[in-house]
Design a binder for this molecule. Structure first.
Ligand code: BGC
Ligand code: ZN
Length: 380
């Protein structure tokens, strides 16, 4: 069957013929891959800066943002049946008994670094026709989300970050002055506990846009600060979800901070450390800053560390890094996507800007001018 593979030693990327996987145990299911999204991680892998083939193999099948349809199940599988749509998680646990995180199904917090990631690290990915996976890594998706469910995985980055944010901000009173602390944290925006809290999203790529949507649904006041050149499109898209768009081209970080007001939360989704550290010094009291981007090595830059450290101490600020996502973040992403389609049907669809057949997957990996999310359509 067809698969898109990177050969790091030969510095090649091509569509190859890859063995069709068979069920190997009663707890597995076999899936027909429908859609595979392409992100910055994939672009880094196909430019040989990231990614590792499985041991003993000279290539890695790429793709970790997927949507597929179950075609066959083992005798002990009960969560899904043939015909169901599923999104698979990305990371698989390390083998070490001492790793409490992996042993508890929280490989997103793996201590040893010996985890694998499908399509990224030592485990083939989803940009191929069929895949086999253990039932516990499958997340069923309702049919109504067929068109956009490939966005579940990139949205899980925000969902895990939100899990972190709610947990760490439980350290202090964070509700709005007239908020009723007994209320559910994700009701309608007017009633939200955090409607007075100013969230800033850095970056208007797919992870940033999906994050802005999730923060809106949770009730935050949301601004997106971005260096992307396509101002008109991004402005329109973000206004449609009730978020403020602030272009870095026309607003310095200081001006952005003035426009937003006291910054309570930053969700970083650019992978640019210079951009992120510039914003760090404008954090408000008791704020939390979440890093999710993985920067390349661009060399050292001057940063006013005294300023940052003073603020962090005197204002109880917190910086937290967040990677990968557990199954519960996939559940939240599926739930949130359902809300996005209800609230913003055209906008959420417009996040997918390009669809490419698997034979033209290399174009999906290359073309990104003005686009938001490219998707490789393996089957329909
Ligand atoms: C994926 C994560 C993964 C990370 C680092 C991201 O693109 O969404 O699942 O953990 O890359 O490899
Ligand atoms: Zn990704």
């Amino acid at each position: 069957m067809k698969a898109v593979a990177v050969f790091p030693a030969q510095r090649e990327v091509r569509v190859i013929d890859h063995p069709d996987p068979k069920l190997a145990s009663a707890t597995q299911a076999r899936m027909r891959v429908l859609d595979v999204g392409v992100c910055g991680t994939d672009r880094d892998i196909v430019s040989f800066q990231y990614g590792t083939p499985p041991p003993g193999c000279d290539y890695l099948v790429i793709g970790h943002e997927s949507l597929s349809e179950v075609v066959e199940i083992g005798a002990q599988v009960s969560k899904v049946k043939p015909g169901d749509l599923v999104v698979m998680t990305v990371r698989r646990p390390c083998p070490h008994p001492s790793c409490v995180a992996c042993r508890k199904g929280r490989q997103d917090f793996c201590y040893t670094g010996d985890f694998t990631e499908r399509g990224i690290k030592e485990h083939h990915g989803y940009m191929t026709e069929f895949v086999v996976e253990e039932e516990r890594y499958l997340n069923p998706v309702p049919r109504e989300l067929r068109e956009i469910a490939v966005l579940v995985e990139p949205l899980t980055i925000a969902e895990k970050s939100l899990e972190q944010i709610w947990t760490v901000q439980g350290r202090l009173p964070w509700e709005c002055p007239d908020g009723d602390p007994g209320r559910d944290p994700s009701p309608d925006p007017e009633q939200s506990l955090v409607r007075c809290r100013h969230a800033v999203v850095l970056g208007a790529g797919p992870v940033g846009i999906l994050g802005a949507m999730a923060l809106k649904v949770e009730g935050f006041d949301v601004s997106v600060y971005s260096r992307s050149p396509d101002h008109e499109e991004k402005n329109k898209l973000l206004n449609a979800i009730g978020a403020r768009y602030i272009a870095a081209e026309t607003h310095s970080t200081e001006e952005m901070a003035k426009t937003v007001g006291s910054i309570d939360l930053v969700y970083e989704a650019t992978g640019s450390s210079s951009f992120a550290f510039d914003v760090l010094k404008y954090l408000g009291p008791n704020a939390v800053f979440v890093f999710t981007g993985v920067p390349g090595h661009k060399g050292p830059i001057p940063v006013d560390t005294d300023d940052i450290m003073r603020n962090m101490v005197l204002s109880n600020q917190l910086v937290v890094g967040s990677v990968n996502a557990p199954p519960q973040a996939f559940q939240s992403a599926i739930k949130h996507l359902g809300i996005f389609v209800q609230r913003w049907p055209d906008t959420i669809r417009s996040v997918i800007t390009g669809r490419f057949p698997i034979e033209h997957a290399l174009d999906a990996l290359r073309s990104q001018a003005g686009g938001v999310k490219n998707v490789v359509t393996v089957a329909s």
